[in-house]
Design a protein around this ligand. Sequence first.
Ligand SMILES: Cc1ncc(COP(=O)(O)O)c(C=O)c1O
Length: 383
Amino acid sequence: MKSRLPLRCWAEIDLAALERNLRLIRASLPPHMRYVAVVKADAYGHGLQQVAARLMHAGADLFAVANLAEAASLREIGPGWPILLLSPLLPEEDRYLVEYDLIATVSTSDEVRRFDAVGRAAGRPVTVHLKIDTGMGRAGIWHECAEKLCAEILASPNIKLGGAYTHFAKPDEDPAFTDEQRKRFLKALACCPKLDLSQLFVHADNSAGLDTLEAAGPFNAVRIGLLQFGIVPGRDGLLAHVKTEPTFSFKTRVGIVKKLPLGTGISYGSTHTLRRDSTVAVLTAGYGDGIPRSVSNRASVLVHGIRCPILGRVTMDQTVIDITDIPTMTKVASGDECVIIGRQNGAEITISEFSHAADTIPWETLCSVTKRVPRLYKTVLGV
Ligand SMILES: Cc1ncc(COP(=O)(O)O)c(C=O)c1O
């Protein structure tokens, strides 16, 4: 039998923490709120099927994905589970709505006609959620035009309206604008008097939206991505009441340790020059694994629980760090584990800190961890 090769760079996914997070988030919400688990982009790089299976067990009500391929993969493990497609479909994808029993997002009259035709041909209605653009400027019907689109949906015999939603543009930055978006959404819904909101999923809030969630009114579902992975979006203090735990750690190992003299340039372009005689470690991971080049000379990694700065440019497969300040009795050796994101010996590099160093956001950091990186799952059902 082939033995498993030693790991050079890997991600650890804590599914038990994921389950605890869902339950915590739920407990912080009014009891009637349903939980739409956003698992697009391979469940934010965690692995779609593994994450979705655990969230099904933990009691998610509905899954939201971006596209058909994700929906088909999810359908393999959850026959009958409701799946909402958040992104617009291409016309040649329409027929799969029925084949995979999916819920489509509707933003245009053209989509209403197309989905009605699909339902007619299949002999059963296609379920849709009406998306209203209240200021995101992306998918959705502009809120002032929603009344007409809503009437078209309700008049289509082969379409079943299952929900209505909007998406916030800056919930972590601008509560006043978020409030305005909520008002626009409610006003648009009020213009559709034939809607029975109690029969629909009515949702607006993503993770950051929870801070200003309105328990009153017709909202009865939330769409949670980042927070279920234990990452608090945006500025400090947000969502302080929901103490989730990180589910994702990103690790690599020391390849070699060596001493270099003061004045040596490190890595491509020699963007760092050693200011002292130094001990460096060459790690067995680079941007080919998802350590972005933008953290060159900016982020640190943990070795034996000590922060060690990245020196010079991150390369495709190797990254150099400064371990000069690690006490000599803590001998660093080839094979030692290093933490890019996560905890080690009481120290922590959060995904938010790492993303800040990379001049990006945690969502993108997670999506950038490449296929080369095996995901290892902690599956203990210790909830
Ligand atoms: C339409 C929609 N809803 C919900 C989410 C989840 O957002 P978050 O990860 O901030 O919870 C996203 C994420 O991009 C989204 O595009």
